[in-house]
Design a protein around this ligand. Structure first.
Ligand code: FHN
Length: 451
């Protein structure tokens, strides 16, 4: 299986067999469980999901986790839950907003770096059931997603600046816990994620985060992965379960245990058809809610989705709901605009693969069957010149209708659309070709000297 690193393959099999993982040298690459392969393929077809960062911190309008200590004093931050009572929280409404955006899955922060649990956990008193709200938010969301036909995923922070057993108490380990016990913390962590998988699942995916601090190790990560793989063979687990992630770029160091997919953050990942990946990005600037936070334009939002799909990746687009539980109306409106665009153009995104024309400032392309979808962002007047393809273009048409001229010769393909007819966000042209598009090797496109 193209995306399965050797350490991962062997780890999955030894996990399922309950045997210790043999040393690297002795590893061979057995196939992953079919349940996982199928789940990953279904998830990749989804292409677009909602990320939700929410908790008592929304009362402050400051960043979740990171604002604990500065600018919000630790004891004030840790007591925010005493005032947290989001009476307008409606899980079905969040699912409605996500579906209206054309999103196919939803990932929610069940516990962020601040250690506050948003479900009825037996493992910790520091959670939503101790707030005036006293409702199991994760339960309501998981059920609403199931009712609404959305795949539900759980975000879970490995680092925990609140928990007494986790050694560090603030960013960059500036403060340390007096009597930590990392082994006991790791057991707590496993018990909590097991609660989520057993009690709120089957989950679509587990979105780990906060793996970068010193107390967490690759050994703990691969052990956690094996534990979860036994619990739910189809569970998709990101590369932040262990330490392979190379910073915000999000790809994984080779030969290091790297979960099931890569996680570029706040940037569009590089073109990659050999390893599943998912860009996570904020619709505004902050992950949690912030009043009047700068929101991305419709053009920026659509082009981010298109360029991500053109690179063969998924986009997990983040909202930070307000302290009363509602998704801010202007964010919901922007998402609905994306949904309207996907209503018209979804065939060029869902269930497609990236390429063959690699993404760039010019635009991007996606493909399925005998079709190549050209997403043109920049034109040279009325012309877009693309490199040659080892296939015959049988016809070209605008998905939205309207004129397009297409000429193909040995050196490339020329598309012409009168400037007045070009779409300011994405001029989407469908090329029917004489063979399966997936068989064509990706080709880079030189930048267009456009408008
Ligand atoms: O620190 C977190 C941040 O708050 C947010 O959760 C993002 C989402 O991917 N991840 C971490 C930063 O890498």
């Amino acid at each position: 299986m193209r995306w399965l690193s050797l350490p991962l393959a062997v780890l999955i099999l030894s996990a399922l067999a309950g045997q210790p993982c043999p040393p690297a040298a002795a590893q061979t690459a057995p196939p992953p469980p079919e349940a996982l392969t199928d789940a990953l393929a279904r998830w990749q077809d989804m292409r677009f999901g909602m990320f939700v960062h929410w908790g008592p911190v929304s009362l402050t309008g400051r960043e979740i986790g990171w604002s604990r200590g500065a600018p919000t004093p630790v004891d004030e931050y840790d007591r925010l839950y005493e005032r947290f009572n989001p009476a307008s929280f409606d899980a079905d409404e969040w699912v409605r907003v996500a579906k209206a955006a054309g999103m196919k899955y939803l990932v929610f922060t069940t516990k962020h770096h601040d250690g506050f649990s948003m479900w009825n956990t037996r493992e910790s008193p520091y959670g939503i059931m101790r707030s005036p709200f006293r409702r199991d938010v994760v339960r309501e969301l998981a059920d609403a997603c199931r009712r609404g036909g959305l795949m539900f995923g759980a975000y879970y922070s490995i680092l925990d600046w609140y928990h007494p057993d986790y050694p560090l108490g603030s960013p960059a380990g500036k403060t340390k816990k007096p009597a930590p016990d990392m082994d006991r913390y790791a057991t707590f962590l496993k018990n909590q994620v097991a609660e989520l998988v057993r009690g709120y699942g089957p989950l679509g995916l587990l979105w780990f985060d906060g793996e970068w601090e010193q107390p967490w190790t690759d050994a703990r990560g691969s052990d956690l992965y094996a534990f979860l793989r036994r619990l739910q063979p189809s569970l998709i687990i990101n590369n932040r379960v262990a330490k392979a992630r190379k910073g915000m770029e999000g790809t994984s160091a080779p030969q290091q245990f790297s979960g099931d997919y890569d996680t570029p953050e706040q940037r569009i990942g590089g073109f990659n058809m050999d390893r599943p990946w998912e860009t996570c990005m904020t619709i505004c600037q902050q992950w949690a809610w912030k009043p009047d936070d700068r929101m991305k334009s419709l053009e920026e939002s659509i082009r981010t989705l298109v360029a991500t799909a053109g690179g063969d990746g998924n986009l997990l687009f983040n909202v930070g709901p307000m302290p009363d539980g509602r998704i801010e109306p202007r964010q919901a409106a922007r998402l609905a605009e994306m949904g309207a665009w996907l209503e018209r153009n979804g065939e060029a995104i869902y269930g497609t693969r990236g390429g063959p024309f690699m993404p760039g400032t010019w635009g991007a392309s996606t493909r399925r069957g005998h079709r190549v979808y050209v997403h043109a962002f920049v034109w040279n007047g009325d012309t877009l010149r693309l490199p040659a393809l080892p296939a015959q273009v049988v016809s070209a048409r605008r998905l939205a209708g309207g004129p397009v001229d297409m000429a193909q010769d040995a050196s490339g393909i020329t598309l012409r659309v009168p400037q007045a007819q070009q779409d300011p966000v994405d001029t989407l042209i469908v090329l029917e070709i004489d063979r399966p598009a997936i068989a064509i090797a990706p080709v880079p496109v030189p930048p267009v000297k456009g408008r």
